[in-house]
Design a protein around this ligand. Structure first.
Ligand SMILES: *[C@@H]1O[C@H](CO)[C@@H](O)[C@H](O)[C@H]1NC(C)=O
Ligand SMILES: *[C@@H]1O[C@H](CO)[C@@H](O)[C@H](O)[C@H]1NC(C)=O
Ligand SMILES: *[C@@H]1O[C@H](CO)[C@@H](O)[C@H](O)[C@H]1NC(C)=O
Ligand SMILES: *[C@@H]1O[C@H](CO)[C@@H](O)[C@H](O)[C@H]1NC(C)=O
Length: 315
């Protein structure tokens, strides 16, 4: 076979179709990251913001918790880094939606911040849950809409618990679920964040007191044995992702929920990683919408047949 006679345009075309197929296959990524006291001082650390930009830019939606940014300066720095007009971040532009500073003590007021891609997802509603002292930091609930996912409209409920009250606060997410699913007539609800749902704060016995465990309609996607902490001294599944109902579960790409160990991915030292946070991010991927999904196998089949055909004609 003479490879030189292999038609170049056809080869390029096949390659491109495979790439498009791959993009559709990679799905819609939702991430959650406790960025440990993220403030303007941290945002002005160039190395740190570079690492954080690489992490957040992988996600269609990324929930950040433990953000101390009452004037919005730190998030502004992160957004301008994400939106810098380079090819590195795949031409997406990013926006944020943030809660007020929440907390019981003046020294520890934290915000929930969602950063999302304008090209793949819209915010349709948001609302600050008021739990009458239920939570140290009441969930800031946001409804998103995306044509790129099979469920289209879904609700994200963030929670960063007070560790010593973790069991009670996680249980009360059930009340948030009832409230918000009625309010927006939508049971496609995902709970995510640093729940402290592990080690000393949540034991096996505690589970019977948590409705998100006892009601089997809730699926815990990040398991009990996962380690979401950075140091080797601890192995705890603090950060979790939970979804309600079969429709949401079916929209999840199987086995895609995981810790994103960017120390390994970016080959960073523990020191550099701890500079950002003592947690790793967690993430899950949704399947692509039905249309993209149906198109993908066809595209791949088409490109394979094109290659085979051209090989025969080259003989
Ligand atoms: C966001 O909403 C606008 C206006 O309704 C719509 O045209 C656009 O397609 C939506 N984007 C996505 C990614 O769903
Ligand atoms: C967590 O809750 C306990 C008990 O209510 C309280 O004493 C403590 O200050 C809270 N911790 C934080 C970090 O808010
Ligand atoms: C709520 O949603 C369901 C299913 O999505 C729909 O059949 C029903 O009409 C909706 N109810 C209201 C009050 O909008
Ligand atoms: C799951 O949800 C359905 C519909 O709301 C409800 O009837 C059922 O009791 C729930 N399952 C459990 C185990 O609670």
């Amino acid at each position: 076979m003479r490879w030189r006679s292999f038609p170049l345009p056809l080869l390029l075309f096949s390659f491109l179709t495979l790439l498009v197929g791959r993009a559709a296959v990679s799905g819609f990524r939702i991430c959650s990251y406790n960025v440990q006291k993220f403030n303007t001082m941290k945002a002005k650390n160039y190395r740190l913001i570079h690492t954080l930009t690489r992490i957040v830019s992988r996600c269609d939606i990324c929930l950040l918790q433990d953000v101390f940014d009452p004037k919005g300066e730190a998030i502004k720095i992160l957004l301008s880094s994400l939106n810098r007009g380079t090819d590195r971040y795949e031409h997406y532009s990013y926006r944020s939606v943030a809660s007020e500073a929440l907390g019981k003590s003046k020294e520890d007021m934290q915000q929930y911040v969602f950063i999302y891609r304008m090209q793949t997802v819209n915010v349709t509603d948001k609302y600050q849950y008021k739990g009458n002292e239920y939570f140290d930091r009441d969930p800031f609930v946001v409804q998103f809409q995306s044509k790129n996912t099979p469920i289209e409209k879904f609700i994200l409920v963030p929670l960063h618990t007070n560790a010593t009250l973790a069991v009670k606060e996680i249980d009360r997410l059930y009340d948030v679920f009832e409230d918000v699913s009625k309010k927006w007539n939508n049971t496609n609800v995902m709970f995510l964040g640093d729940f402290h749902a592990s080690c000393a704060y949540l034991t096996r016995q505690d589970k019977k007191n948590i409705r998100l465990f006892t009601d089997s309609n809730f699926s815990w996607l990040i398991g009990d044995r996962v380690d979401t902490t950075v140091t080797d001294k601890t192995s705890c599944a603090y950060d979790r992702i939970v979804v309600y109902g079969q429709p949401f579960l079916k929209a999840i790409r199987p086995f895609s929920a995981r810790v994103y160990n960017f120390a390994k991915e970016f080959k960073l030292s523990k020191t550099r990683v701890l500079e950002v946070s003592d947690h790793f991010p967690v993430e899950v991927r949704l399947k692509s919408s039905a249309l993209l999904h149906q198109a993908t196998p066809l595209l791949i089949l088409f490109s394979i047949s094109a290659v085979i055909q051209s090989m025969f004609s080259a003989l």
